[in-house]
Design a protein around this ligand. Structure first.
Ligand SMILES: [Zn+2]
Length: 493
C-alpha cells in the first residue's frame, strides 16, 4: 500500500478533546485512511512531524470572508493560522442571495463594494466559490439583513407580511441549495427594527430544513440578558440549534457580566441546543456605530470614506483636533470602521474557556487596518490562552475550533482526525506558536504553523502557501428536521 501523504511521528490531537497520542496519519485522495503506528509504510509524500502536534484543520465559525474567498482565494489570513474551513454569512450579512445596484447598506459594506454583491441565488454564489477554488473550504449562512436588502425599501421599520414572504421564499430556496442556515445582526440599525415576529417565520423555515440559526444579539451591553432570552425563544420556537455570535459583555458598565450570561446559556442548553462563539481579544470591531460612541472606552478609527487620513487614530484625538464632540466627529467620519476596546479580559476569558463556546475570528478582511483577530485568533487561543496562561488544556482548545464547530454547523466528516474523515489537517509547533498580529501591526502571519492540508492537498508549508488550492463549497446536506435533543448536555459543566 502506498499512501498519497503520510505524516509520521506526530502528537495527534484528534479534535474530540481527547488527550494527544503519538502516531502516524495516512491520507489517500482527500480522506484520512489510517492512523496509528504505520511502520515503514510507503507514501508519495512523507512528512516527519518530529513530535509536533497534528490537529484537524481549524474551522473559523465566525467570518465575513464571503466575497474574499472569491476575490482573494489564497485566503492567507486564515490559511496561515491553520484554518481549513470558514463559515461565512454571519451577523446578518451575506453575499447571497443578493444583488445591489447603488449603495451598500451598513454593515453589508464590511463584505465589499456594490459590484461584489452579484449573486441572486445561493447556488450562484456557491458556484462562484467553487470556480475560484479558494485555499480553504467555505460553508455559508444567509444573512437576515441581506434578505431585508432584497425585500424592503426602508430598513427603519418592521417588515410587512408580503416582505416577510419574499424573505422567506429567498431563504427557503437558499436552504434547498445548500445554505447552512440563517444569521441575524439585530444590533445593527438596518436590522434593529425587525421585531421578534419578523424573525420567527424565517427561523422556522431554517428549522424545517434542519439548519442552524446564529445571531449577533440585539444588545451586547446592559440589555444582554433580554437579548439572550429573545434568541433562545426564537430558536426554540423555530426548532433550530442556536449559536450566539461573539458572546460578550460590552461597555464598561457591564464588565463582570460573563458569569451570569454563561449561567443563562447553560440553563438554556439544558432544554435546547445552544452554543456561542468567541474571539480571544477584549476589543470588538465593526463599522463605526454612533450608538457605541462613548468616552468610557478607547475607540480607534480603522477606515473612513471621507477622511481616510484619520485611519489608525483614536476617535478622541480626531474630535479634539476638529474641536468637535466625539459624536460629531464620528458623524463626520461616516461611513467608517472602528475598533472598540469595550470588554474586560476576565469576561472574555470566561467565555473563551466555557465548554459551550467555539472559536471564531470575526476578522474583517476588507478593513485596510483590520483588528488583529483576522490574522491571529486561532494561534492566540492555543499559544497565549492554553499554553502560556493555562486557561484550558490544549486538547480542549482544539476541540473548540474543530469537532464542536463541525457538529454545530453540520460539517460532515470534518473537525476530527479519524479514518474516513476529510484530510483537513494542521501541524503546529507548540513551542514557537505565536500570533504576531497586534493592534499596531495587524497584518502579520502567525509563527509556528508548519503545515496545513486541505482535502488531502498540502496548502501551506513552512510559512508560505504552496499555491495548491483545494478548498470547496460545503453545501448543507438535506436531513430530517432537527430534534430538540440537547445533545450538548454532556458538555455542560
Ligand atoms: Zn457580529
Amino acid at each position: 500500500m502506498t499512501y498519497d501523504l503520510l505524516i509520521r511521528n506526530a502528537r495527534v490531537l484528534d479534535g474530540t478533546g481527547a488527550a494527544p497520542f503519538r502516531g502516524d496519519v495516512a491520507v489517500c485522495g482527500e480522506r484520512i485512511v489510517a492512523i496509528g503506528d504505520l511502520g515503514d509504510a510507503a507514501a508519495r509524500t512523507l512528512i516527519d512531524a518530529g513530535g509536533r502536534y497534528l490537529a484537524p484543520g481549524f474551522i473559523d465559525v465566525h467570518t465575513h470572508d464571503d466575497t474574499n474567498v472569491i476575490r482573494t482565494p489564497a485566503m492567507l489570513p486564515k490559511l496561515s493560522q491553520g484554518v481549513t474551513t470558514v463559515v461565512v454569512g454571519n451577523c446578518g450579512i451575506s453575499a447571497s442571495p443578493v444583488t445591489l445596484e447603488d449603495e451598500v447598506p451598513d454593515p453589508m459594506n464590511l463584505l465589499g463594494r456594490v459590484e461584489d454583491f452579484r449573486y441572486p441565488s445561493f447556488a450562484a454564489y456557491a458556484e462562484a466559490v467553487d470556480a475560484a477554488t479558494p485555499s480553504v473550504n467555505v460553508a455559508a449562512l444567509v444573512g437576515h439583513t441581506s434578505l431585508r436588502s432584497q425585500a424592503m425599501d426602508d430598513f427603519a421599520r418592521p417588515a410587512g407580511n408580503a416582505e416577510i414572504d419574499t424573505m422567506e421564499r429567498l431563504l427557503r430556496r437558499a436552504l434547498a441549495e445548500g445554505a447552512l442556515g440563517l444569521s441575524s445582526g439585530l444590533a445593527y440599525r438596518n436590522a434593529f427594527h425587525a421585531p421578534t415576529a419578523e424573525m420567527t417565520p424565517l427561523v422556522a423555515a431554517v428549522g424545517e430544513a434542519g439548519g442552524v440559526y446564529t445571531t449577533h444579539l440585539r444588545d451586547e451591553f446592559a440589555g444582554l440578558p433580554g437579548a439572550m432570552d429573545e434568541a433562545f425563544a426564537t430558536a426554540r420556537q423555530g426548532r433550530v440549534p442556536l449559536v450566539i455570535s461573539h458572546l460578550k459583555c460590552a461597555g464598561a458598565g457591564n464588565w463582570g457580566g460573563a458569569p451570569p450570561a454563561l449561567a443563562k446559556l447553560e440553563d438554556a442548553a439544558r432544554g435546547q441546543r445552544a452554543h456561542c462563539d468567541c474571539y480571544p481579544y477584549t476589543a470588538g470591531s465593526s463599522t463605526l456605530d454612533l450608538g457605541q460612541v462613548t468616552d468610557e472606552i478607547e475607540i480607534t478609527i480603522t477606515w473612513s470614506e471621507p477622511h481616510p487620513e484619520q485611519a489608525r487614530r483614536p476617535l478622541k484625538a480626531i474630535a479634539e483636533e476638529w474641536n468637535l464632540s466625539l459624536r460629531e466627529a464620528a458623524e463626520r467620519l461616516q461611513p467608517a470602521g472602528a475598533v472598540y476596546h469595550n470588554m474586560s479580559e476576565d469576561d472574555m476569558r470566561r467565555v473563551l474557556a466555557h465548554p459551550l463556546s467555539m472559536v471564531g475570528s470575526d476578522g474583517l478582511p476588507n478593513d485596510p487596518h483590520p483588528h488583529p483577530r483576522l490574522w491571529g485568533a486561532f494561534p492566540r487561543v492555543l499559544a497565549r490562552y492554553s499554553r502560556d496562561l493555562g486557561l484550558m488544556p490544549l486538547a480542549e482548545a482544539v476541540r473548540k475550533m474543530t469537532s464542536l464547530s463541525a457538529a454545530n454547523f453540520d460539517l460532515v466528516d470534518r473537525g476530527e482526525i479519524r479514518e474516513g474523515a476529510y484530510a483537513d489537517l494542521t501541524l503546529f509547533d507548540l513551542a514557537t506558536l505565536e500570533d504576531t498580529a497586534d493592534y499596531a501591526t495587524p497584518v502579520a502571519p502567525a509563527r509556528g504553523i508548519e503545515l496545513v492540508v486541505v482535502n488531502g492537498t498540502i496548502a501551506y508549508r513552512q510559512g508560505a502557501a504552496t499555491g495548491e488550492r483545494s478548498g470547496r463549497m460545503l453545501r448543507r446536506t438535506q436531513r430530517i428536521a432537527n430534534s430538540l435533543t440537547p445533545h450538548s448536555m454532556e458538555e455542560s459543566p
